[in-house]
Ligand binder design. Structure first.
Ligand SMILES: Cc1ncc(COP(=O)(O)O)c(C=O)c1O
Length: 452
């Protein structure tokens, strides 16, 4: 039997991040000011982000050096293994070869520390004392709590209320690393108070939690804000995933036919696929299929509109051109908390708009069915978010069986589900509901998107 995993040495840890913006043959619509509708400049972002990250956000350099203190912390868990899913293949009786890049080996249990560590580093370098952020599933909040601890920064996390209630251990994990965790919407902020006044039982959403974290960061000179997804620099930090995966495929002498990843804001998907998107754009891999998977309860790419919209619910951020369900849209409380975001990374959106990548939406019961099949064959209990990708991988592998095709399918397994067992319990006891978003709800939220 061929080997089960490809493990790189620490010497293979990437020294540079890959910046897809250098290779795009089409323009990415600029981020614009909500008042003037003119492209924003560095000064507009300076209250929220350190200058080094603002420069990365707009950089056209193909490669950006990873600072040595960041690589040093990456060494705690990177390079991560690329697994061949032999047992899943056998269970499916498929001729397809299935690979997964396992990012759950980080201390926080997901890919999120890849950017959290970089963001904490640049903030510390510029004298920032405290970071605020939002978290949906708790994965990003724990990653930032870990990173802030490494660089001696304070950290306050606005945690979406439904996750705060579902995931007490994620909250404790953040507190163990020294962060302060607040259920969002909270009475602490203007944005939180407005939401609570309109709906005291609001389950919260990533959009609301972002509004609260941004408001606090903008009001204090010693505090900045860190975002766990969506922005160009975040996706760029995550390219360590795809760069390692490419090297691992080179070791195997193989190249994937299909790449699959889940999308919330798009950071794990972008980080995994962008080094391969480069091959596709420059004609080296013209037939490579790249598939983004989202929940039917929050189908930004498949049912949203490609418009300028706010990144948060209160409308405090600049406007981003993205596939959006409308910033006022509050998704149903599904268990993949990290996928409950109304918008999507502008870089992913432009690739989807130009048909470089595909997108599909899947409901949560079939997702958990695939997650359990994976857990019972490969052993790892996946987080609900990457289980969306597993569903599509399983479907593709079955299609390969039906057609007798020997395709190579790779996906990013971006987190473990050790703090998501309550959602597994609901699935196992038949209590998990599927949510199909009605078009009327989308139309209502889209009617409130600013006219640009
Ligand atoms: C494990 C996991 N996967 C995926 C996501 C979705 O985010 P992104 O699309 O930025 O990778 C999250 C977000 O919290 C997450 O925790």
């Amino acid at each position: 039997m061929p080997e089960t995993k490809v493990v790189l040495s620490e010497k293979d840890l990437p020294t540079q991040w890959y910046n897809l913006q250098a290779d795009l043959p089409f323009a990415v619509p600029p981020v614009i000011h909500p008042g003037t509708h003119q492209p924003i400049g560095p000064a507009d972002l300076a209250p929220l982000f350190p200058m080094a990250l603002i420069q990365q956000e707009v950089s056209r350099d193909r490669w950006i050096a990873i600072p040595e203190p960041v690589r040093d912390i990456y060494r705690l868990w990177r390079p991560t293994p690329l697994y061949r899913a032999h047992r899943l293949e056998q269970a499916l009786q498929t001729p397809a070869r299935i690979y997964y890049k396992w990012e759950g080996v980080s201390p926080a249990g997901s890919h999120k520390p890849n950017t959290a560590v970089a963001q904490a580093f640049y903030n510390q370098q510029e004298g920032v004392r405290r970071l605020t952020t939002e978290t949906g599933a708790g994965q990003w909040g724990s990653a930032l709590a870990l990173a802030c601890r490494q660089f001696g920064l304070e950290c306050r996390v606005y945690m979406v209320k439904i996750s705060y209630q579902h995931k007490p251990y994620r909250k404790l994990m953040m507190e163990a690393w020294g962060a302060e965790v607040v259920a969002s919407p909270s009475p602490d902020t203007k944005a939180g108070r407005a939401i609570l006044a309109a709906d005291p039982a609001s389950p919260g959403s990533l959009g609301i939690a972002i509004s609260e974290a941004v408001e606090v960061a903008a009001s204090r000179p010693d505090t900045k804000y860190a975002l766990g997804s969506v922005l160009n620099h975040v996706l760029m930090h995550q390219t360590v995933i795809g760069l390692e995966t490419k090297k691992q495929f080179e070791t195997l002498g193989e190249y994937p036919d299909i790449l699959v990843g889940c999308v919330g804001g798009g950071s794990s998907f972008g980080g995994f696929t962008f080094p391969f998107v480069r091959d596709k754009l420059c004609g080296q891999a013209p037939r490579l299929r790249i598939v983004a998977v989202e929940p039917t309860a929050c189908p930004s790419l498949t049912k949203g509109k490609y418009l300028y919209d706010f990144g948060d619910t209160a409308g405090t951020t600049p406007l981003l051109k993205m596939y959006t369900l409308g910033h006022s849209f509050v998704p149903a409380p599904i268990h993949a908390g990290g996928l409950r975001y109304h918008g999507m990374a502008p870089l992913i959106c432009v690739l989807y708009d130009q048909r470089v990548i595909e997108a599909v939406a899947v409901p949560q019961n079939p997702v958990f069915e695939a997650a359990l099949m994976f857990a019972r064959t490969e052993g790892i209990i996946p987080a609900p978010e990457p289980s969306h990708a597993i569903r599509v991988v399983v479907d593709e592998a079955i299609r390969c069986r039906e057609r007798g095709e020997r395709k190579t399918i790779a996906f990013v397994l971006c987190g473990h589900g050790h703090f998501d067992l309550a959602s597994y319990e609901r699935y196992l006891t038949g209590q998990l509901e599927d949510f199909e978003l009605p078009q009327s709800a989308i139309d209502k939220a889209l009617s409130l998107v600013p006219k640009v």
